[in-house]
Design a protein around this ligand. Sequence first.
Ligand SMILES: CC(C)(COP(=O)(O)OP(=O)(O)OC[C@H]1O[C@@H](n2cnc3c(N)ncnc32)[C@H](O)[C@@H]1OP(=O)(O)O)[C@@H](O)C(=O)NCCC(=O)NCCS
Length: 205
Amino acid sequence: MKLAVLGASGHGKVVADTARAAGWSDIIFFDDAWVGKRFVTHHPVVGDAEALFRSAAEFDGVIVAIGNNRVRLDKTRALIDAGGNVVSVIHPTAVISESSSVKQGSVIMAGAVVQADASLGTACIINTNASVDHDCRLADGVHVCPGVAISGDVVGGECAWFGVGACVRQGLRIGADAVIGAGAAVVKDVEPGITVIGVPARPAS
Ligand SMILES: CC(C)(COP(=O)(O)OP(=O)(O)OC[C@H]1O[C@@H](n2cnc3c(N)ncnc32)[C@H](O)[C@@H]1OP(=O)(O)O)[C@@H](O)C(=O)NCCC(=O)NCCS
């Protein structure tokens, strides 16, 4: 089973490890910096993004491993348009409720938990040991960083970013492109595009 990964980054390394654990035997990277970067750990970097777009349909699966939420989502949509079989990669130690749903191009890392009736959009990242509780609805391109705890029935808008170790009270609405700072405790809705930090979280000045 051959998986092509776009993005030879630190995040890409973790996606590759996750994919190996999930049963992908052959992992190949593409990145615009490929001339100066030939390996991600022991996985080869074989071409730039254009090369992947040309050959996407030849792989059993493709996934984008780029940290920037908007870029990851745009490239994922472009790969779908290019005929790639964009897959989600889920670590075997993640616990995913059978009543939850995960769209294509998302990655769920080791130790993450996605609870009952939660839904994840396209190109989401649920990072190491993060939890997304019941009935949460995370839109396309959301990144839930390591150790985040999102309580039940939270809505995360497109490309919202939940920083490492943050926690979010139940039932809140986090707007598109909002940024939740590392370690923040979110107790009120967050408007689109706003960055909040601290305990309790308030808009960053
Ligand atoms: C909130 C955040 C986006 C702000 O980044 P930034 O705009 O580059 O901010 P700066 O580092 O310049 O810091 C600006 C001020 O905010 C403070 N600050 C930054 N992040 C903070 C946080 N998470 N909580 C509390 N205060 C914070 C800084 O101490 C600094 O205060 P000062 O002006 O009194 O010195 C960033 O700090 C953050 O938390 N990112 C999440 C990172 C993450 O989760 N990475 C995991 C990747 S998997």
